[in-house]
Design a binder for this molecule. Structure first.
Ligand code: NAP
Ligand code: P7Q
Length: 255
């Protein structure tokens, strides 16, 4: 039995990429995992199958984030799925992972619409997901917010995206204080460049170039980030709250 046996987890954006690796890992550690997706149902089902073929338990939940009613729809879908499987809708682990990016848009060219979109998905949605999830949380719960090393590493073409990650780190700080009386910890995990299945990671020259940013001279694997999340989700991390965990493979060390 894994160390998360009896726990229920909800991982947003776990149809693909880092979220999928997090869902698979939490499932392997014994949690029942709600695999959230926005558009890509087939990929979410694949994540569920990966967990089940590992001997774990999972179900898919759909909700498009960044639109009115998004958090309500997500939590409703989670509750329905959890009740169906366990008879209750308690939540132990929430990972706010789903994210949208503004890849390669110079600050001069970012439109108000693009700015609002990344904030709606990356900052507004997680706030209201946490708010809606609060009544469901059991004592000793975990909220893990996926930020980015770009809150500490300047890349002007991603300024709007990085601003949303600054916002989610504030969510961790202030809710950590608010939820400590319930034994719930709230922390941020910041990946650097991480292989997420996007086509750019199939181009060896591009990977070689991106790898130079890490102290280990490699791009991160989604599983590298999932390990850090799994630690925060575990009982071993019970004394850590309001923290920022650098999961960039040393990208922030400079050099
Ligand atoms: P990804 O491969 O692009 O996957 C994004 C996931 O989020 C998908 O499951 C997608 O679901 C979901 N999603 C995106 N927009 C959504 C929306 N509007 N509504 C609902 N679901 C939505 O992402 P990733 O690279 O793994 O990134 C995961 C997290 O890590 C993000 O918060 C990202 O900012 C952060 N991060 C990534 C890197 C990196 O290098 N990859 C580095 C630092 C931080 P559907 O496809 O089903 O819609
Ligand atoms: O440039 C990043 C970066 C990136 C990308 O590569 C494009 C991708 C995967 O679509 C979205 C993305 C998200 C990120 O959070 C980062 C990132 O954190 C990063 C990048 C370049 C240099 C340092 C970084 O973090 C320290």
């Amino acid at each position: 039995m894994g160390n998360l046996a009896g726990k229920t987890a909800l991982v947003t954006g776990s149809s693909r990429g880092i979220g999928r690796a997090i869902a698979v890992r939490l499932g392997r550690d014994g949690a029942l995992v709600a695999v959230h997706f926005g558009e890509n149902e087939a990929a979410a089902k694949e994540t569920v199958e990966l967990i089940e073929s590992d001997g774990g338990k999972a179900f898919a939940v759909q909700a498009v984030l960044g639109i009115p009613g998004d958090a309500h729809e997500l939590i409703q879908a989670f509750q329905n799925g959890a009740k169906e499987r366990t008879g209750e809708s308690g939540l132990d682990i929430l990972v706010n992972n789903a994210g949208a990016t503004t890849l390669g848009t110079p600050p001069e060219e970012i439109t108000p619409e693009e700015f609002d979109r990344v904030f709606a998905v990356n900052a507004r949605a997680p706030f209201f997901i946490v708010q809606r999830a609060l009544p469901l949380f059991r004592t000793g719960g975990r909220i893990i917010n996926i930020s980015s090393g770009l809150t500490r590493f300047a890349n002007p073409d991603q300024v709007a995206y990085a601003m949303t990650k600054g916002a989610i780190e504030q969510l961790s700080l202030h809710f950590a204080r608010h939820l400590a009386p319930r034994g719930i910890t709230v922390n941020s995990v910041a990946p650097g460049i991480t292989r997420n299945g996007q086509p750019v990671f199939d181009i060896p020259e591009a990977v070689e170039q991106m790898a130079q940013l890490s102290a280990f001279k490699q791009v991160g694997e989604a599983e590298d980030v999932a390990s850090v999340v799994a630690f925060l989700a575990s009982d071993d991390a019970r004394w850590i709250t309001g923290a920022f965990l650098d999961a960039t493979g040393g990208t922030l060390l400079g050099g």
